[in-house]
Design a protein around this ligand. Structure first.
Ligand SMILES: Nc1ncnc2c1ncn2[C@@H]1O[C@H](COP(=O)(O)OP(=O)(O)O)[C@@H](O)[C@H]1O
Ligand SMILES: [Mg+2]
Length: 425
């Protein structure tokens, strides 16, 4: 019989109570989390939480140095989906340092504070300012996973994913190419998980552009909507880059693709619960489901080339979408393939005038760059990182994730924290 004497390895095993508490928790989606701790007793449980299977899809990094290090860090780095900050400061000093942090924090980033003061007034003040949770140390691994779950997984938690639908004003204007490149750029620039769904089942090109040939993809999901949940969806994804996954179209004609108008709803909902950014590559058609998909998207990007049919179609799309989405901002417009030699073109200003929408970007016709990228299954940024078009794609990514109105200036973050704290100065 084995020796049942003391085994130091078992010391770190979870207690029965912990196991019970953890078993009720659902897996955490593909979010990025960074923690800035001051003590090992807080860093330890966070590290251990990161090793739990429920956190397998999340990217977690634990740093030491608390709020001051976080502030310095985010002066030059994008903020993740969640920042966990340990602070031993007393309430007033803590609020002051958070005020400084909010100036470098993106608006969509959630913040959890682990403090050492059990102070109800402070708790209320923080929650009112947009902090997601204030937890008093000491904390356990279970506390860490529970708090993350309560923000990102609970049924009444908002879906974490922001969906961005790309559609062309005509076929062949570059809508898909731009969608794929923006997705790639968002995943690399912001270290954020991005999922691309190619909704052009018959002719989709995401598989070619990302050099992927998965056995399964989006067709499995739309043809068996009753099976879709996060686990099923995971199996259909092809990994294109470290933080970029693709629901590829079959791009075959063995069957026809006549969908009812709700065909993609379940899939899109599930995808939005599983990744913070969802890029929908919508084909240039007007059907019940394509209209529905655009209607529900958080953001719409119309790509057009500078000629008359594109202008007419863009105008119709913008007018119709304004009717369907009266409480949303107008779609964003990208003018693409501008400057084709010898082609008469409508200038950007003349194109914008009847639409009442200024293009967020004007991308020149650059057949060599686009052709090489397409033929090699590479993104533009991988082919020629210094090309001005790559810079434009990066600017588009900033705007679409709310990181800047125009160029890359950061907006103050976590809800109304800055405004509220400013009033109290
Ligand atoms: N700015 C550009 N300059 C040159 N070629 C481009 C440009 N944008 C896109 N293309 C090319 O145009 C073709 C059609 O692009 P695609 O993204 O499939 O269009 P859509 O999705 O609108 O039908 C592709 O071969 C692509 O590489
Ligand atoms: Mg396309």
């Amino acid at each position: 019989m084995e020796n049942l004497a003391y085994d130091p390895d078992l010391e770190s095993a979870a207690s029965t109570q912990d196991v019970a508490a953890m078993s009720a928790l659902r897996p955490v989606p593909r979010i990025s989390i960074q923690a800035f701790c001051e003590t090992e007793s807080v860093a330890g449980p966070i590290e251990r939480a990161g090793e739990d299977r429920r956190m397998a899809k999340a990217h977690l990094k634990v740093h030491m140095g608390g709020v001051p290090t976080a502030i310095e860090f985010y002066h030059s780095a994008p903020t993740p989906n969640l920042v966990i900050l340990e602070s031993r400061s007393e309430p007033k000093a803590l609020l002051a340092s958070l005020r400084e942090l909010s100036e470098v924090c993106d608006p969509s980033t959630k913040v959890v504070i682990i403090g050492h003061y059990n102070d109800v007034g402070l708790y209320r003040e923080l929650i009112r300012s947009g902090i997601s949770e204030y937890v008093v140390a000491p904390i356990s691994m279970v506390d860490v996973v529970s708090v993350i779950t309560s923000i990102f997984v609970d049924p009444d938690a908002e879906p974490i994913g922001r969906s961005i639908a790309f559609i062309g004003a005509k076929g062949g204007v570059g809508s898909s190419t731009i969608a794929h490149n923006v997705a790639w750029s968002m995943s690399t620039l912001f270290s954020s998980e991005v999922m691309v769904a190619d909704l052009d089942l018959a002719f989709g090109t995401a598989n070619i552009n990302f050099d992927q040939d998965p056995a399964q993809g989006i067709a499995e999901a739309v043809f068996s909507p009753e099976r879709i949940d996060e686990v099923y969806l995971d199996r259909l994804l092809a990994q294109c880059a470290e933080r970029l996954s693709l629901l590829a179209a079959p791009s075959t004609l063995d069957r026809v693709y006549d969908f009812d108008s709700e065909a993609f709803s379940q899939l899109i909902d599930t995808a939005q619960r599983s990744a913070p950014l969802l890029v929908l590559d919508v084909p240039h058609i007007w059907s019940g489901w394509s209209k529905n998909t655009l209607m529900k998207a958080d953001e719409i990007v119309i790509t057009a080339t500078p000629e008359l049919a594109n202008l007419r179609n863009t105008k119709n799309l913008i007018d119709m979408l304004a009717k369907l989405r009266p409480n949303d901002a107008a779609p964003k417009l990208i003018l693409n393939q501008v400057g084709v030699p010898k082609r008469p073109e409508i200038s950007a200003a003349d194109f914008a005038e009847p639409l009442g929408v200024t293009p967020m970007a004007v991308i020149p016709f650059e057949p060599q760059l686009f052709g090489n990228a397409a033929n090699n299954g590479r993104m533009l940024g991988e082919m020629d990182a210094k090309n001005p078009i790559v810079q434009t794609i990066s600017e588009i990514s900033h705007v679409l994730t709310g990181r800047s109105e125009l160029k890359s200036k950061k907006k103050a973050g976590f809800g109304s924290l800055l405004d509220r704290l400013k009033l109290k100065k």
